[in-house]
Design a protein around this ligand. Structure first.
Ligand code: SIN
Length: 489
């Protein structure tokens, strides 16, 4: 098999910062390299934006704010629908770019593009459905109107693991609500954002709409962009997807200006398999929940909690399924698992697997990095894992499935909830009563019952506890960009 050379799409991209509808170099002239994690070779050079570029971008977002706020919802909806159509028409090019800079297999990249496009379509549809309320006050003395209006200019900071879907899930509701934005793409995967931003810019220009509604500042340092903007009172909203550690620092920086924030942070998803589960379905769900993007998703199943009576059978079947996976360059035919994003990620995964093995865990398959170029790690199944092993207590963000056993439902819940995180939980059971109990008792913002995938543009995505604040997707995702104004008359 031969690897597809770095996408020619990358070669034809603008590589600057996008400010007020114009691409230009960073003010300092600096650039940074983007590499293909499957080969470690550079594929593009992108403008390295800094404080001055961030301020320029906010100036443009502020200037466009009033005209965009006044733009008819139907016009905003039509723009988003046109963007959906273009993303869909160019899905192959965009998917090639997602694979080139992020490493995921092409089929997964295509699925991500379709998922991203759905956010754009959904919020285009919602733009004309922003609802308020009118009623008489209970005392009958006056009327109460509840109006919604855009929050104002927003800073949107995206992660590297879904370079188009996470941008779409922030930009689409912001634009639908009437907010303008400054986007900071991930340093490791800015190219897809740049591609989509250019597509939106061209669409705005073609429709004679304010081009400054979308500004993009790639940078090798998120802090150089976030610090000046979070200190600027003209910024009214921050949406961030990334680690809990960085999210907490951003929350602290956002506190002095009492900024509206949406935080989609780390997870430590439990995947529960009860004795009455359909084991084939559970293994299929486990593959989905664990191996999407080689385990590099916030919703990745991090811990497999399996009833002792079926734990061995589950581990055997999961091992067979993992052994069928094909590790390689995401652009190669038949590959189902791509690389991790960078060297540090491989080192971290290797470290937690070694720590589990040192603590008595058995490596059923994998447990090492293959001898090849790129940041790869073999799909790994561990059994006999101590509940306090780091591979269980920390978010692994890699292709590792530790299996821990439980004795009854109470213990399963105790283990599942025994973490400061609460993004998503998965459970496999045929017992409807138990399914309802789990839905109520699992401390997570999302629960998948007999499903290894919960994400959907029309559903509220987000966590509880240290996994975040606010929601993205669905009606709740639009609310994040709207103020509520009560009028008594
Ligand atoms: C994430 O990993 O944060 C996003 C995953 C998804 O939207 O399904």
């Amino acid at each position: 098999m031969t690897s597809t050379p770095p996408s020619t799409v990358a070669a034809n991209l603008p590589t600057g910062v996008l400010v007020g509808g114009r691409w230009r170099p960073a003010r300092s002239g600096a650039t940074f390299e983007v590499e293909d994690p499957a080969t470690t070779r550079p594929i593009a050079e992108v403008a390295d934006g800094a404080e001055a570029d961030a301020r320029d971008a906010l100036d443009a977002a502020v200037a466009a704010s009033e005209p965009w706020r006044r733009t008819a919802p139907r016009v905003r909806a039509d723009l988003l629908r046109a963007v959906f159509d273009t993303i869909t028409a160019r899905a192959d090019d965009i998917a090639a770019l997602v694979t080139a800079e992020g490493g995921k297999p092409l089929a997964e990249s295509r699925a991500e593009v379709a998922y991203a496009a759905e956010y754009v379509r959904w919020y285009g549809e919602q733009a004309v459905r922003v609802e308020g309320l009118a009623r008489r006050a209970p005392a009958g003395t006056h009327h109460q109107l509840v109006l919604r209006r855009p929050v104002g200019p927003a800073l949107l900071i995206a992660p590297w693991n879904f370079p188009i879907a996470m941008i779409a899930r922030k930009v689409a509701p912001a634009l639908a609500a009437g907010c303008t934005c400054v986007v900071k793409p991930a340093q490791l995967t800015p190219l897809t954002t740049i591609y989509v931003a250019e597509l939106i810019r061209a669409e705005l220009e073609a429709r004679d709409l304010p081009v400054g509604v979308l500004n993009v500042v790639p940078s090798s340092s998120a802090r150089r962009i976030s610090e000046p903007l979070l200190a600027d009172p003209r910024l009214r909203k921050l949406s961030f997807t990334g680690s809990t550690e960085v999210g907490a620092a951003l929350l602290a920086a956002a506190a002095p200006s009492v900024l509206r924030t949406s935080m989609e942070l780390g997870g430590n998803a439990p995947f529960l398999v009860f004795a009455d589960a359909d084991l084939d379905a559970a293994v299929e769900g486990a593959l989905q929940a664990k191996m999407r993007n080689a385990g590099q998703t916030c919703v990745a199943a991090n811990r497999f909690l399996v009833h002792a009576s079926v734990a061995d059978e589950f581990a055997v079947r999961l091992t067979v399924a993992f052994d069928r996976l094909v590790v390689g360059h995401g652009a190669d035919e038949g590959v189902t698992v791509g690389p991790l994003i960078e060297r540090g990620a491989v080192d971290r995964v290797a470290e937690v697997v070694q720590q589990a093995a040192d603590g008595g865990a058995t490596v059923r398959t994998g447990g090492s990095a293959p001898a090849r170029e790129g940041y790869f790690y073999r799909p790994t199944v561990l059994t006999g894992v101590a509940p306090d092993a780091r591979v269980v207590t920390e978010e692994t963000f890699g292709p590792v499935a530790p299996v821990v056993t439980f004795g009854d439902e109470d213990e399963a819940l105790r283990l599942a909830n025994g973490t400061p995180f609460g993004l998503v939980a998965y459970a496999y059971t045929r017992d409807v009563g138990r399914a309802m109990r789990l839905a109520e008792e699992l401390e997570a913002g999302m629960v998948g019952i007999n499903r290894g995938m919960v994400s959907d543009a029309s559903a509220p995505f987000g966590g509880v506890k240290m996994s975040g604040l606010g929601r993205e997707g669905g009606e709740a995702g639009l609310d994040e960009y709207l103020e509520t104004v009560y009028v008594a008359l």
